[in-house]
Ligand binder design. Structure first.
Ligand SMILES: CC(C)(COP(=O)(O)OP(=O)(O)OC[C@H]1O[C@@H](n2cnc3c(N)ncnc32)[C@H](O)[C@@H]1OP(=O)(O)O)[C@@H](O)C(=O)NCCC(=O)NCCS
Length: 176
C-alpha cells in the first residue's frame, strides 16, 4: 500500500492557495480514493497531539472505521477541496446524535496555518444543512491548548458552551 500524497508540490503548497477563502472551497462526500489521505492526516503528529486518542491508527483499523462511517446514516464525512486545483484541503466529520451533532475537522498538514479551517467548516456546515436537513445544534469538542482550532470554530460562528480541564465545548445553531 502506497501512502504518497501525489498532488503536492515540494513544499506541499499549491500556487495561489494563500488567497483561498470560503468561496474557494467546495465540499463533497468522501469517496474511497480519499481513504489514504485521511489516514495520513490522522496519523500526522500535529493531528495526533490534538486528538483524544494520541496513538497512531493502524491501516487496517482505519479502513474498517472509514468503511463503517461512509455507509452509516448517523455519520457524514465530507472532503473540502480547493475549487481551482481540486486538491483535498481537509476532512470534516459530522456524528449525528439525538440532541445535537458532533463536528470535527482535520486539515491536510500542508494547508494548516493559513486560516482555512473556518472556511472549510463553513462550507461543510452549509453542505450538511442542505443535504441532511439537520436543524440540531452542531457541537465541537476541543482541547484547551488547541487555540487554532478554537479560533477556527469561532470564525465559523461557534460560541462557547462549557468547558472542563480537558475539553472546551463550542456550539453553533443551525437555524436562527
Ligand atoms: C485546527 C485546525 C482546523 C485549524 O486550522 P487553521 O485554520 O489552519 O488554523 P490556523 O493555524 O490558521 O489558525 C486559526 C486562527 O487561530 C490563530 N492561532 C493559531 N495558533 C494560535 C495560538 N497558538 N494562539 C493564538 N491564536 C492562534 C491564527 O492566528 C488564526 O487566527 P485568524 O483566524 O484570526 O487569522 C487545523 O490546524 C487542523 O486541522 N489541525 C489538526 C487537527 C485538529 O487539531 N483538529 C481540531 C480538533 S478539535
Amino acid at each position: 500500500m502506497e501512502f504518497n500524497l501525489g498532488y503536492k508540490t515540494d513544499m506541499g503548497r499549491i500556487p495561489g492557495s494563500d488567497d483561498m477563502n470560503s468561496d474557494s472551497i467546495i465540499t463533497r462526500l468522501v469517496v474511497r480514493s480519499d481513504v489514504n489521505d485521511i489516514f495520513l492526516w490522522r496519523n500526522d503528529e500535529g493531528s495526533r497531539s490534538q486528538s483524544l486518542n494520541t496513538e497512531p491508527v493502524a491501516w487496517v483499523d482505519h479502513q474498517g472505521w472509514i468503511q463503517s462511517v461512509m455507509i452509516s446514516s448517523r455519520h457524514c464525512l465530507l472532503m473540502c477541496c480547493d475549487k481551482t486545483s481540486a486538491a483535498s484541503v481537509g476532512v470534516v466529520r459530522f456524528d449525528m446524535g439525538n440532541d445535537d451533532t458532533l463536528i470535527s475537522i482535520n486539515l491536510a498538514p500542508s494547508f494548516r496555518g493559513r486560516g482555512l479551517g473556518k472556511h472549510c467548516l463553513n462550507a461543510a456546515i452549509h453542505f450538511f444543512s442542505c443535504h441532511y436537513q439537520s436543524v440540531k445544534p452542531v457541537r465541537a469538542e476541543i482541547r484547551p491548548e488547541n487555540l487554532a482550532s478554537q479560533k477556527a470554530f469561532q470564525g465559523a460562528g461557534f460560541k462557547f458552551l462549557h468547558s472542563t480541564n480537558d475539553i472546551i465545548t463550542l456550539t453553533r445553531q443551525m437555524i436562527s
